[in-house]
Design a protein around this ligand. Structure first.
Ligand code: C2O
Ligand code: CU
Length: 609
């Protein structure tokens, strides 16, 4: 069973456990002794079943069960033992309050994971115990004759004290935890490696030229191919913004101005390992460009492939509304073959999925036999399924990085992570319909290269990139010795985000900017273990570096080496990736579901010195 399957099973059983213990308590309180006994037996059975499931889940990684093994199950076991003990030795009516207590415990540990992340903290344990205690005291008072009621009050003070201690502990700022981990919280007097706003590169490589672009951020109405008009935030009045194209070795010089985007804009070169000052991360590598402002980005186009740019200031809203465009750099020595070479950013404008600005079906005529390269980019915050009907394809590059010996495949769909890119290559067949479909919908955001019926792709399996292509040498791998090893456990829970308490998307139980900064030294070999303990997908994205995938859910990469800048960590998944720290600076490291990043799921990676 998959890890997320076990997580779902555990939740279902936890629900039954709570219902059974509460039911036993309520029936005991209302004098239905027989039913109470039967329900208690059932409660014991499902509680034991839950223990079994948690043991199985523990096999998938300690992260998934830490709260259950150290807190939830021991506490539940204790409450259950007391309830059963009293029931056996003193009878059903005496067991009413202990049975209800077990019910409250089971309910609390059912709800708790939705509010606490990994690792579960002592403060959360104390608050939970206090809440269970308070509920049990109320039940005791309500169900007891008058003389007993008086005694109940005596327990109130200790129960309250436990709760208050928990709250107080919870308010201790995250800095303490950060110091324990040998890390430092973000924004605490970090040294910027380069002064803000200084460009490093000034000349193209030999043979290259300077390519200048002017991007003006402004509001505009944008009309999609179907005629639908949407109020967008644009670069140069169009969404997507202008295509930026260069040849390897060119120097890109992009001047950004802002007309009327009040919240400010920047340009972040997604997947491009630019020098840190050019990275467009507001508050980190530059200040956001406000209306009337201007900023020049300059960097060498030394990375070949398909990339994109987008604003990084209030990025969830800005990118959604259209502040993005494509960046394609072609090789200088081996120019791609003649034929069709299309860049296709998939974007959802006001609920309408489009390829570029084309919603609906786009038709292109391609002569049989000619080569086609489709550069598909996911500029949304959620994944898309891409399929090519009518002919075989090769995935020649992922996130701008060429794959080794990518074989022809057909009848498979490709899951494209938010922020990710696939370069698909094909040769036009002599006959039959050929179409690129987004999310298996032949009518929406589809590209047709030849007329004819298009297969239904909805049942096609997903191509497994971990086993696609053939292995080749990599500068480091699974067995390397890593200088730094960071684990990021992704979850939801209550946490402070930008100074406000929030139902956040958390990294190791914390929200931005409290998540400790990851510190590295130049030259370090760094490993990330990224664990998704929650129920949402998290496309993880580190700025300034591409990472080599080592394994997913304990399964090593057996195909082509897979270098990515955005990898989709689905619920229950555990990814191990590695990279060489060779691009000094302070970098964002965040979920590319930009709403999640907004709600806390972001941190910094910073070079010492
Ligand atoms: Cu494409 Cu920090 O993002
Ligand atoms: Cu996320």
């Amino acid at each position: 069973m998959s890890t997320i399957g076990l997580i779902a099973l555990d939740l279902t059983i936890a629900l039954l456990v709570a219902a059974a213990w509460l039911g036993a308590g309520i029936t005991a309180a209302t004098g239905r002794g027989g039913t109470a006994k039967a329900l208690t037996a059932g409660a014991v059975a499902v509680t034991l079943a839950r223990v079994v499931v948690v043991v199985l889940l523990a096999g998938r990684g300690w992260w998934f069960v830490q709260d259950k093994v150290t807190f939830a199950l021991p506490l539940l076991g204790l409450a259950a033992a007391v309830a059963v003990g009293v029931l056996v030795w003193r009878g059903v009516s005496a067991a009413t309050v202990p049975l209800l207590g077990a019910g409250f415990t089971a309910t609390t540990v059912l709800i708790l994971p939705f509010f606490s992340g990994y690792p579960m903290r002592v403060s959360q344990a104390l608050i939970s115990i206090s809440l269970i205690g308070a509920a049990t005291l109320v039940a005791w008072r309500v169900t007891s004759p008058t003389p007993v009621r008086v005694r109940v009050g005596r327990f109130l003070a200790p129960v309250a004290a436990v709760g208050l201690a928990g709250v107080a502990l919870g308010l201790v700022p995250a800095q303490n935890l950060a110091q324990q981990a040998g890390a430092q919280p973000a924004g605490s007097g970090e040294q910027h490696h380069h002064p803000i706003g200084t460009s490093l590169e000034t000349v193209p490589a030999p043979g290259g030229q300077v390519r200048r672009f002017e991007l003006e951020a402004r509001r505009a109405s944008v009309t999609l191919a179907s005629g639908t008009t949407t109020e967008a935030w644009t670069y140069n009045g169009s969404a997507p913004g202008p295509e930026i194209m260069a040849t390897e070795g060119d120097l890109l010089e992009v001047t950004l101005t802002n007309v009327d985007i009040e919240s400010g804009v920047t340009l972040h070169w997604h997947g491009y390992d630019v020098p840190n000052p050019e990275d467009g991360a507001p508050g980190l590598t530059q200040e956001a460009v406000k209306p009337g402002g201007r900023h020049v980005y300059r960097f060498l186009a030394d990375q070949v492939g398909t990339y994109w740019y987008h604003t990084h200031q209030v990025s969830a809203e800005g990118v959604r509304k259209g502040l993005f465009g494509t960046l394609v750099v072609k090789p200088r020595s081996a120019p791609p073959p003649e034929g069709l070479d299309l860049t296709l950013p998939v974007h959802t404008f006001d609920g309408i999925v489009a390829l570029g600005s084309h919603d609906g079906v786009t038709q292109k005529t391609v002569p049989p036999g000619s080569p086609v390269r489709l550069r598909v980019i996911n500029t949304d915050s959620t994944p898309h399924r891409i399929s090519l009907a009518g002919t075989a394809l090769r995935v020649v590059a992922v996130d701008g990085n060429d794959l080794n010996e990518p074989g022809e495949v057909s009848g498979v769909a490709l899951r494209l992570a938010a922020g990710g890119r696939y370069d698909l290559a094909l040769r036009m067949p002599g006959s039959g319909g050929v179409a690129l479909l987004v999310d298996d919908d032949p009518a929406r955001a589809a590209l047709r290269l030849a007329d004819g019926g298009v297969a239904d792709t909805s049942a096609w399996p997903e191509l497994d990139l971990l086993s696609y292509g053939s292995p080749s040498a990599t500068p480091f791998g699974l067995g390397s010795k890593f200088d730094r090893d960071f684990t990021m456990v992704l979850d939801r829970g209550l946490a402070m985000v930008d100074g406000r308490p929030m139902y956040a998307h958390t990294v190791n139980g914390l929200g931005h900017p409290s998540v400790p900064t990851q510190r590295v030294r130049e030259g370090d070999l760094v490993r990330f273990t990224v664990v998704n303990r929650g129920l949402d997908t998290h496309p993880w994205h580190l700025h300034g570096h591409r990472v080599l995938v080592l394994s997913k859910d304990g399964r090593d990469v057996s195909g082509s080496p897979l270098w990515l800048d955005t990898f989709d960590v689905r619920p229950g998944e555990v990814w191990r990736v590695a990279f060489r720290a060779n691009n000094p600076g302070v970098w964002m490291n965040h979920c590319h579901n930009l709403d999640h990043a907004d709600q806390g799921m972001a941190l910094h990676l910073s070079y010492d010195g």
